[in-house]
Design a protein around this ligand. Structure first.
Ligand code: SF4
Length: 170
């Protein structure tokens, strides 16, 4: 079984499914371009805003946005500004569900998109566990790299805090 007592966070999982280079840059505390106003930082600001207005639960290396009980089952909610990066958001929430499960707590998840008035139910599965173990190993491998993975042009680059850093010479 994979050791989850390592500093891999839900945010690492989120970024892993967007850009491997960004996982490395964030974790190595490479400062993004502070002058750039259109960036990904907007996403953080929005999320901080949401976090201030709700109860969150923090334990180990995970922070859960919302927790409630329904029909005797724990329901874990993750709030997102947009459903655009659904795969990342789903895997992040599954990581929390898997983390809880390893502690003997069976929970189901809900992705909440208040601005879109949308909610998606996320359930833990054995396939998700296997996929997460692979992702965690891969994140650890990326973080051990002496230099970040090479940039790959993706849609997210246009909003990314590191776009100048990655593409300045273009
Ligand atoms: S600009 Fe693109 S390649 Fe560079 S870190 Fe951001 S998403 Fe990744």
């Amino acid at each position: 079984m994979e050791d989850y007592n390592m500093p891999v966070t839900g945010t690492d999982i989120w970024y892993y499914y967007i850009c491997h280079r960004e996982v490395w840059l964030m974790k190595h505390q490479i400062a993004p371009d502070q002058e750039d106003e259109s960036l990904d930082l907007g996403r953080f600001i929005s999320e901080i805003y949401y976090r201030r207005n709700k109860k969150e639960l923090s334990f180990g290396n995970i922070v859960i946005d919302r927790v409630r009980q329904e029909d005797g089952q724990l329901v874990v909610g993750e709030v997102k500004k947009s459903s655009r990066y659904m795969k990342s958001a789903t895997m992040q929430l599954l990581y929390y569900l898997d983390y809880l499960r390893r502690m003997g707590i069976e929970a189901r998840g809900e992705l909440l998109f208040p601005e879109e008035r949308k909610k998606e139910v996320v359930e833990w599965t054995e396939e998700a566990r296997v996929e997460l173990e692979r992702a965690v190993k891969e994140i650890q491998r990326i973080l051990r790299m002496p230099v970040p993975p090479k940039p790959k042009k993706i849609q997210f680059c246009a909003k990314c805090a590191y776009r100048e850093y990655c593409w300045a010479e273009e």
